[in-house]
Structures are given as structure tokens and as C-alpha cells.
Design a binder for this molecule. Structure first.
Ligand code: B12
Ligand code: SF4
Length: 425
């Protein structure tokens, strides 16, 4: 079949983010014998024209739309980003009668609510490499995709996803699957690269388990590095490991770093780490393999709040981890997530003092926590009456500890004013 895959570029927050999910989907659809064209749509006056051109050139028999972001997680002035995907879908609908299939992290979290909101025909909750080709096969035979694992239709708005245990069964996206706009090339561009899916840490506010599942699933390090080499041959040298916790499990992280070093590839990369179980040996291997910066999401420096966030580390673990990265010349971007359950003026002061004592390279501070479905935070917020009974979460809702609403952002701005390394979200 002829397939058009569309990514609606809703944000350039943090850094330009390439559509890795859509690239993975395209690689799987090609492996199943379909011909695929990718389109990045930048919302604005030229979006309609770009879509019309792609539809007339491709004459798609099915269109896939990736919905990554729901909102920008900004509690003070949240931007609802799914609206832009809905507008793009309406425009596609006016150009072609081909069925429209949606998927992506943002879609998955709210699948049953989001499918009618977006106006698509089918949706995939969870990973798309198996479900999307299965939908195409059914459509090709003139059958309905309803009833496939993870596939929602208007008639069947709920379908539990099936998560592949061996990620090596899915083809890795190649450089030609990641369409890179010319003006995105530059020092800010980090190619997203994934070696693992899933997370079992159950942080109170986190939606990852409902997107990727709790069970950790892997690609073999050798296959991952073989693929990295293809990107290097295509002229890329900076990568962002999008794995939820690069250092977990440590044995896998060590094997991956050893394989990168043994390959002799000259690359630089960033990764997200969980400040627990990080040994000096692992950090040395990360530095040798090209790691230049880590995101250290410790979120609080107060033990009582860390407990409420269901973090399985202490401030001492964070301090030791941070010091190891600094000793190995790896930049550390810290994160604080203030205003959650149990937060007080005292714990906020404790967290800011703690963050300052780490001499981080940068620190992002968010005041208020986005409430996602199926999380401990949702349960707490409902129990405390923060959410009305039956109130949905698709439109952004945030948790803010009682009595801190005005004081907290002001305090954080005052803290950031004399500290250029602090970035209030
Ligand atoms: C790594 C990451 C980042 C990195 C990205 C680095 C980079 N260079 O790519 C950084 C830190 C920069 C980042 C920034 C942001 N992020 Co982020 N990020 C992630 C993370 C951890 C992984 C994303 C990823 O690459 N996954 C790997 C790919 C392969 O998976 P995938 O995209 O989900 O695709 C699969 C399926 O979804 C499906 N699929 C995808 N598209 C389609 C389409 C169809 C048709 C079908 C059938 C299936 C399908 O199949 C794919 C393959 O299996 C996710 C959390 C998570 N675990 O998903 C959050 C996440 C996507 N981010 C999120 C957010 C909010 C943001 C920011 C807005 C935060 C901010 N305020 O700055 C920005 C936006 C950036 C941007 N410009 O878009 C939210 C999105 C939900 C929401 N609330 O909107 C998530 C889900 C985190 C969360 N729990 O809230 N992010
Ligand atoms: S470690 Fe990260 S991905 Fe895992 S549950 Fe916590 S916040 Fe989510």
C-alpha cells in the first residue's frame, strides 16, 4: 500500500525533536512491503499547502499521524498541543478518503478520549511496529482492523496493547526514515536513539508505564551500535538516548557503552539517568563512549517529598551520582519538580539549597505537576478533591500543594534571578 506518515511539529521546546516514533513505524511498514512517505507539518499558513502537495504526490491508501505531545506541561500558561494534530487531521480528511490512523505517546495516554477528539478512524495505543502493519494488512484485504491488539476504532474504543518482549524483532529506523528539516541541522540537533523501552520505577506522577509498560525490554547492544554506525556514515555525530533510565539495568548500560567504545565511532551523546545504582566504573565507561551530558531528574532534595514522589533514592545518592559525572567531565542538567503532595515552604527551601550545593551545570525547575491518568498522583489528587469526580485529564490539569500556588513560582523566580544556571520552566 502507499502510506503517508505525518508528524505535526508542535513544539521546539528544549531542542528540535525528530519524529523517532514515526521513523520506527515507517521502517516496520516498509519491512512489511509498503511504500512510505514522511512529512513533517509545521502548523501555520503553509501547512495546508504542504499537506495538499504530499497527498497529491503520494495518493495514499492510508495515512498515519503521530501525536507525541498533548501539552507543554507548563502549569502557569499551559499550551494544549493536541489541537494542532486535530487541525492537521481535519485538513487531511478534506484532501483524501484514505483511512487515518493515529498513534504516539501523547495519543496513547488518552487513547479512548483522544480518538474521537482527533477525528481519526483508528488509533494505536502503545508501540506501533506490530500493530500498524497489522492494520494495513487488514485494510488491504478490505477487512476492519477492529479487534487487533492495541488498536482502537470508533466501535471499539478500548484495546489493551501487546508489547514485544524482544525489541530486536523490530527493524531499527535508518537515517532515511528520519526526515530532518534543513534548518534544523546544527549544534542543537541531537538524533534520538532508543535501545530500551519500559520502566518499573513507578514514580508517582509518571505516565511512562501507560505508554511503554513497566517491563524493561531491550535491543542487543551490538545491533544498536551497528545502527548508530549507519547514522554516523550519514553525517550525524550527536545523539540523544531517549531511554527512560540510561543506567538501568547497569549491566546493560555497561555492555552498550563497551560496544560503542569498541566500535571506534566518534560520537557525542546525552542521556537520562536515574540517580541510583551508578558505579564509578559505569560513569567512566559512559564518558569513554562519548557521553557529554546527563539529565539528572532528582526532582526534590527533601527526603519526605522524595518518598511521596515514590523515588527510590536519597539526596545522598543524588550527591554521589552528581559528583561522579562531574569528575568524569560529563555536564549535569538537574531537574526539580516542586509543589507536589507533601510539599511545604520548608521542603522547597531544602530542595533549592540542595540543588545549589551540587554545583550543577544547569537546573530546570517546574512548579506544579501535570496529572496523568493511571498514576499515584491522579489517585492522590482525586482523594484530595483536587479533581472533580469524573473529571478528565486530557486538557492539562496540575497538582499544586495547598497554599503554595502564588508563593512557589515567585520564590523560584527570585532564586533564579541571581543564578543564570537556573531555568524556571
Ligand atoms: C526522550 C524524551 C524527550 C527528549 C527528546 C530528545 C530527542 N532528541 O528526541 C526531550 C527531553 C528533549 C523531550 C522534550 C519534551 N518532551 Co519528552 N519525552 C521523551 C520520552 C522519554 C521518550 C520519547 C521517545 O523518543 N520515545 C521513543 C519512540 C520510538 O517512541 P514513540 O515516539 O512513543 O513512538 C512509538 C509509539 O508511540 C507509536 N507511534 C508513534 N507515532 C505513531 C503514529 C502512528 C500512526 C501509530 C500507529 C503509532 C505511532 O509507535 C512508535 C514505535 O513503537 C517520552 C516519554 C516516553 N517514554 O514516551 C517523553 C514525552 C514524549 N515528552 C513529553 C513532553 C511533554 C515533552 C516536552 C513538551 C517537555 C517540555 N515542556 O519541554 C518537550 C517537547 C519536545 C518537542 N520538541 O517535541 C511527554 C508528552 C506528553 C505530553 N504531556 O504532552 C512525554 C510522553 C513524557 C511524559 N510522561 O509526559 N522529551
Ligand atoms: S524513572 Fe523516569 S520513566 Fe521511570 S517512572 Fe520514574 S519518571 Fe517515569
Amino acid at each position: 500500500m502507499r502510506i503517508l506518515l505525518v508528524y505535526v511539529v508542535t513544539e521546539r521546546l528544549n531542542m528540535p525533536v525528530l519524529p523517532l516514533g514515526l521513523a520506527s513505524l515507517g521502517a516496520a511498514a516498509e519491512a512489511a512491503g509498503h511504500s512510505v512517505r514522511f512529512l513533517n507539518v509545521i502548523p501555520g499558513p503553509e501547512a495546508g499547502e504542504a499537506l495538499a502537495r504530499a497527498v497529491s504526490e503520494t495518493r495514499p491508501e492510508a495515512v498515519g499521524v503521530s501525536v507525541r505531545n498533548v501539552d507543554d506541561q507548563n502549569p502557569t500558561a499551559p499550551l494544549f498541543l493536541m489541537e494542532k494534530a486535530r487541525d492537521a487531521i481535519a485538513a487531511i480528511r478534506s484532501l483524501t478518503g484514505a483511512p487515518i490512523i493515529v498513534g504516539g505517546a501523547g495519543f496513547t495516554m488518552f487513547a479512548a478520549e483522544a480518538l474521537p477528539y482527533l477525528g481519526a478512524d483508528y488509533g494505536v495505543a502503545g508501540e506501533g511496529e506490530a500493530a500498524f502493519p497489522a492494520i494495513l494488512a487488514r485494510l488491504e484485504r478490505g477487512e476492519s482492523p477492529g479487534g487487533l491488539a492495541g488498536v482502537l476504532s470508533r466501535e471499539r474504543p478500548a484495546a489493551p496493547p501487546r508489547l514485544e518482549t524482544d525489541l530486536d524483532r523490530f527493524p531499527l529506523p535508518l537515517p532515511r526514515h528520519l526526515s530532518v528539516p534543513e534548518d534544523w541541522r546544527g549544534p542543537d540537533l541531537y538524533v534520538p536513539f532508543q535501545t530500551r523501552r519500559g520502566c518499573a520505577m513507578d514514580c508517582s506522577y509518571c505516565s511512562t508505564a501507560s505508554i511503554e509498560g513497566r517491563r524493561l525490554r531491550y535491543r542487543s547492544p551490538d545491533k544498536a551500535v551497528e545502527n548508530l554506525a549507519r547514522y554516523v556514515a550519514a553525517g550525524f555525530s550527536r545523539f540523544y538516548f531517549v531511554d527512560n533510565t540510561f543506567n538501568l539495568p547497569p549491566s546493560y548500560a555497561e555492555s552498550l557503552c563497551e560496544a560503542i567504545t569498541a566500535s571506534g565511532l566518534s560520537i557525542e551523546w546525552r542521556a537520562i539517568v536515574y540517580p541510583r545504582r551508578i558505579s564509578p566504573g559505569l560513569v567512566e565507561k559512559m564518558a569513554r563512549a562519548g557521553c557529554r551530558e546527563v539529565s539528572l531528574g532528582f526532582e526534590s532534595g527533601a527526603p519526605s517529598v522524595l518518598k511521596r514522589l515514590n523515588k527510590k533514592f536519597s539526596p545522598e545518592d543524588v550527591r554521589a551520582t552528581s559528583a561522579l559525572f562531574a569528575q568524569n567531565g560529563i555536564r549535569r542538567m538537574g531537574f526539580l519538580l516542586l509543589g507536589g503532595p507533601g510539599e511545604t515552604r520548608g521542603t522547597v527551601a531544602e530542595s533549592l539549597d540542595f540543588a545549589e550545593s551540587l554545583s550543577l551545570d544547569s537546573l530546570k525547575v517546574t512548579c506544579g505537576i501535570r496529572i496523568y491518568p493511571k498514576t499515584i498522583l491522579e489517585r492522590d489528587a482525586r482523594a484530595e478533591g483536587v479533581l472533580a469526580p469524573g473529571e478528565g485529564l486530557l486538557l492539562p490539569r496540575f497538582y499544586m500543594a495547598r497554599d503554595l500556588a502564588g508563593w512557589l513560582p515567585e520564590t523560584v523566580y527570585a532564586f533564579a534571578k541571581s543564578r543564570p544556571w537556573v531555568l524556571p520552566a
